[in-house]
Each structure stands twice: as C-alpha cells, then as structure tokens.
Design a protein around this ligand. Structure first.
Ligand code: PMP
Length: 439
C-alpha cells in the first residue's frame, strides 16, 4: 500500500523539470518541490489574479473571494477554532514569529518568554530583547525535558507570557508532545506558540477548541515546506491577542482611516497585512493542502516515518556513522534526522553526495546553532574560538529530510552511496580536499 501511495504521488510531482530519475532530493526540510497539481493551479489562476479588497472589477472581486475563503480552508486543515482564531498571512514562518513577538511585546503584564534549547533561530531571536527570555532544557540526545518546563514555569511564578516551542525539530526530527505542553502552560496561565514549520507538512495537527486545556494558542508554518512555492507564511492565533496593538509592517490596506495626526488601524488580520499580498502563493498553498488531505496526512506521516526508519537502520549498519535523532520504540518522529561520518567534514560529505550521486542533502548547523552545538558537545571555549576566527572550520552535521514523494529506491541509492564513500573514505577525502583548496 505504501508503495502505491508513493507511486500515486510521484506521478503528480515532477521534480527538477523532469530530471526526477537522476536527482534525489533529501533536503525537504529546507524547501519541498511543488506538487504538480500546485503548478497547474498556479497556471490556471494566473490570468485571473488582481489586487485584493479594494477593486470593484470582476477579477479583483474573484481574487478577494479566493484569498478570504483560503483563510478558512487553511484554518480547517489544522483545526483552528472557527470563531475565536484568526489567520494572518505573512511571507514565512520567520516573519510570522516576528509579527507575534512585536504584537505580544506591546501588551502589559507578563514579561517572560520561554523558548527551548532545540529551536530554530526563527523561534529564538525574535524573543530576545523584546522579553526576558529563558530556555527549556533538552537532554543529551536532544529531547525536550518536560520536567524542566514545569520547573521554569514555577520558578518564574506567573510571569511567563508565552512558551514558544517547535512542534518537530529541524535537526533530529523529534516531535514534542504539544498537547501535553499546552496543558502544562495553561496550568500556569502561559500561552503556547508551536513552530509548525517541520510539523504541519508531515503530521496531522489539531489546534483544538479554545475550551480545551490542550489547545494550541498560536501556530505558525510555511507554504514552501509543504509542496507550494516560497512567500507565504501562516500565523494563527486568537483574535483578541491582536487587539489594540500597532502592526509590525505599516502601510496601505492596514487602516480604516488616516488623518495628518492620527491612524485608525483596521481590524486584524487586515491590520497585520499591509501592502499587496501574495495571492498566488495562497492559492498554491490551498491546492497543496487539498492534495495532502486527499492523500490523508496520517498516511503521509506513517509512510514517511517508515521510510525514515528504513534509512536510519541502513545507516546504523555502516561503520563510522553517528546518528542524531534515533527514536526509542514507539516514539513518534517526523521524516528527518542528521548524522556525522567519522573523519569526514560535514560540508565535504554533503558535496560528495551531490557530486557523486546527485543526492541533495543539507549540512551545517541548520539555523539551530545552540541545539547542534549541544548535540556535538561544543564547549563555550571552542565556540568563542570559532566566533573569533571566522575562517575556522565550525563543526556541523549532515541532514537527511524526506518528503512524501521520496521512494525506497532512492533510499537504497542513498545507502549504497554512503556505504561506498565510507569504504573509499581516503580517496574521497583527498579528492574533495583538493577541490576545496582550488575553490
Ligand atoms: N522553524 C523551523 C523548525 C524551520 O525548520 C524553519 C525553516 N528551516 C523555520 C522555522 C523558518 O522557516 P522560514 O524559512 O519559512 O521562515
């Protein structure tokens, strides 16, 4: 059945202009290729698009209808509260979190934001300076320590406004128990933001009604990681959180009336969406969501997890490979993990995979610097050294991240290639070091 699903999807996912058979994309956590139906939808929609909201022409009215109806469809995809939640379009997850940080920083009351040691920088840096920040600890294998969350919430004694954690790590693929975390946060009167950039494309997400203790207050994610193009990010949260604060991005479309001495802001979400929006991107995202729903996100998740476990098991049998993101039996995960090959630089290894076998992966710190530094046990002294001598070879990992269209055949090619490189390590090391020195 799994193979059938994949064949079905593959038919609709022409990768890299049809060179699918020769290129293997295991870098889906960065950006996914568009589904074929998404490309078709864009083509179909392009002759019809126009500026939203203000025009009276047929095209403008149709575009506005599409743009507004999409909000409800995207909200329904993650089971946001129909009544109480609003959806704000941004350009990315990063912008969505910045919008939220700007919004919450204008409210009185609680002043602390708890992020975690496993966050992407998008869910770390926007909180710094605007709030007193602290980080929920992760253990040595990279999992969030729930007891530490409780401890910090207790320690700050009612001054935590928000807990901002990732739904799934973009380095290890570990998923966080977001509903359990929500219940703990709400017990201490704190709200919860889930960074869904690596969760929503791979796993069913249910924000749950506001009446539930386990509901997710704020959710963010990006279209370009879920088979639609760049330029659309989603921020969902309670309407009341955006009341009475000024927006981060200011301009036309965000106001009711402006005088020389006053600005009368529009209601949210329009207040947060100044300027002409990316309607084509929104239409594309809806097309991707429709196909994901049709395929069944639960089945997508199960298939991807199975393929991930297959690759990880294969890698674990190759001497000299150290895996980051191994799961205990029954533990849930998304379809990405990282690894290190003994004696081979992560950058060189990623290049070898690409140049030798056309396999795209990512190497480095994956915009989660503190997390990877902890996983690798980089000391403060070493960090300061790298910081000071910018030419120094900063350590890092190689990341494999799968999408629903990836296949077992590709997994086998990947495993064979890694095995081959490791068996001929000295040869490849020399070759790529020579390449590096010519660069
Ligand atoms: N959070 C996580 C967990 C991510 O993986 C990413 C993308 N690498 C982001 C946030 C930022 O997403 P975007 O680049 O779309 O802003």
């Amino acid at each position: 059945y799994v193979r059938q699903l994949v064949v079905g999807v593959n038919e609709r996912v022409p990768l890299l202009n049809g060179s699918y058979s020769t290129a293997i994309n295991f870098d889906n956590a960065a950006t996914t290729p568009p589904f074929h139906c998404v490309l078709r939808k864009i083509e179909e929609f392009c002759p019809w698009y126009s500026s939203v909201h203000r025009g009276t022409g047929y095209k403008s009215v149709t575009t506005s209808d599409w743009y507004e109806a999409a909000r409800e469809e995207i909200k329904a995809f993650v089971h946001a509260d129909e009544e109480k939640d609003i959806l704000i379009y941004t350009k990315s997850t990063t912008e969505a979190i910045n919008v939220l940080a700007h919004t919450l920083s204008q409210q009185d009351g609680r002043t602390v934001v708890l992020s975690s040691e496993m966050e992407h920088l998008a869910n770390d840096l926007p909180w710094r300076n605007a709030f007193t920040t602290d980080y929920v600890a992760v253990d040595r294998s990279g999992r969030l320590v729930l007891a530490n969350l409780e401890k910090k919430l207790r320690q700050y004694g009612g001054s935590v406004k928000l807990v901002a954690v990732t739904g799934a790590s973009n380095v290890t693929g570990y998923m966080n128990p977001i509903h359990q975390i929500a219940a703990i946060c709400h017990q201490y009167g704190a709200q919860l933001l889930v960074d869904g950039a690596q969760l929503v494309p791979h796993c069913p997400v249910d924000m749950k009604p506001h009446s539930s203790r386990e509901h997710i207050d704020f959710l963010v994610f990006s279209a370009h990681k879920m088979y639609a193009p760049f330029g659309v990010g989603i921020l969902i949260g309670p309407r009341k959180a955006f009341h009475d604060v000024s927006p981060l991005c200011k301009g036309g479309g965000a106001v009711k009336l402006v005088g020389r001495q006053f600005v009368d802001w529009d209601d949210s979400p329009y207040k947060e969406e100044a300027g002409t929006p990316n309607v084509i991107g929104v239409v594309a995202l809806v097309a991707a969501i429709r196909l994901m729903t049709q395929l069944d996100v639960r089945e997508i998740h199960d298939y991807e997890r199975e393929l991930t476990e297959y690759i990880m098991t294969g890698l674990s049998e190759i001497p000299g490979i150290r895996l980051f993101g191994r799961t205990r039996s029954g533990e849930d995960r998304v379809s990405l993990f990282s690894f290190q090959a003994e004696g081979l630089d992560h950058r060189a290894f990623a290049k070898m995979l690409s140049y030798e076998a056309g396999i795209a992966v990512r190497s480095g710190l994956f915009c989660a610097h503190p997390y990877v530094e902890n996983l690798l046990g980089v000391t403060e002294k070493e960090l300061n050294y790298y910081h000071k001598h910018q030419e120094a070879r900063v350590p890092g990992l190689v990341r494999v991240s799968l999408g629903v269209y990836n296949t077992c055949r590709e997994a086998d090619v990947f495993l064979e290639t890694v095995g081959h490189i490791i068996r001929h390590k000295d040869h490849y090391k020399q070759k790529y070091e020579a390449l590096d020195s010519q660069a």
